[in-house]
Ligand binder design. Structure first.
Ligand SMILES: NC(=O)c1ccc[n+]([C@@H]2O[C@H](COP(=O)([O-])OP(=O)(O)OC[C@H]3O[C@@H](n4cnc5c(N)ncnc54)[C@H](OP(=O)(O)O)[C@@H]3O)[C@@H](O)[C@H]2O)c1
Length: 235
């Protein structure tokens, strides 16, 4: 398969790219920093690109995706967490920055991918339970992932030949969880306390474990209605 994955620098995206490469697939990765582990695979193609720089993306991405006739799978994985704090303490600038990476870079990329009638079988955007839970403190991140779910639903209506889904990968022990773990205990944010406990218990899947679960779920997702929001924990 020819697979495009964003956010291959580390975490889930890095592990998912390695999962497919190990199984003989060709992976096109986009990230703002290199991943030395992936560089050793000859079937890994890489574009060094900051996904918050839209004008640059419009110049660099078309050349990068020119060679393959199409993609069997596109995984829109790159994402950032916002600082955990109340929405009233969060400025619009902060929200806009998170929206740029978690939502609008994906819109730019989807539009570039479909620009020249390239065949794309499946597009999966990595969402989060935070897109539906609305827990206190998750401000810009929750807003961005909820918008991402709807972005995917809307595109599924426009591109009938492609299967779209927004999929929550479950908790994964990555840099995002390291940040949450580093936060001081604050009764205002009980969801943070729960996540800290889960990480401390050792029951949080590693990126490698999560990548295997996600790869299986992405196959199952094809049986669901295009445009759906899915959660690997319920599949
Ligand atoms: N971890 C969890 O428990 C969890 C739960 C639910 C959903 N998710 C979602 O899963 C996805 C992966 O998260 P993760 O936990 O693997 O996070 P991570 O370890 O922080 O990795 C995020 C990746 O996205 C890349 N990235 C961020 N901003 C970028 C930008 N402006 N341009 C290009 N690349 C950029 C990072 O690049 P660098 O390597 O250069 O920093 C990194 O490779 C995200 O969409 C996240 O919201 C994670």
């Amino acid at each position: 398969m020819d697979i495009l994955i964003t956010g291959t620098g580390k975490g889930l995206g890095g592990a998912l790219a390695a999962w497919y490469l190990e199984r003989g697939h060709t992976v096109y990765g986009i990230n703002r920093s290199k991943n030395e582990v992936l560089e050793k695979y000859t079937s890994f193609h890489f574009l060094l690109q900051d996904l918050s720089k839209f004008d640059e993306m419009k110049r660099t991405v078309p050349g990068f995706i020119e060679k393959p006739d199409g993609f069997d799978l596109v995984v829109l994985n790159a994402g950032v967490l916002s600082d955990i704090k109340d929405l009233r303490d969060t400025g619009l600038d902060e929200i806009k920055q998170v929206m740029d990476i978690n939502v609008w870079s994906n819109k730019i990329l989807i539009d570039l991918l479909f620009n020249d009638r390239r065949q794309i079988k499946q597009v999966a955007a990595i969402s989060s339970g935070a897109s539906v839970y609305g827990n206190r403190g998750w401000n810009a991140y929750s807003l961005s992932k909820a918008t991402l779910n709807m972005l995917i639903k809307l595109y599924s209506e426009e591109h009938g030949d492609t299967h779209f889904c927004a999929i929550a990968p479950g908790l994964i022990d990555t840099a995002m969880q390291d940040y949450i773990y580093s936060l001081p205990d604050d009764k205002k944010f009980p969801s943070v306390q729960r996540l800290k406990k889960t990480k401390a218990s050792g029951n949080m899947p590693s990126p490698e474990e999560a990548a295997g679960i996600l790869a299986g779920a992405l196959e199952t997702a094809l049986n669901e209605e295009s445009g759906s929001y899915l959660d690997v924990r319920e599949m």
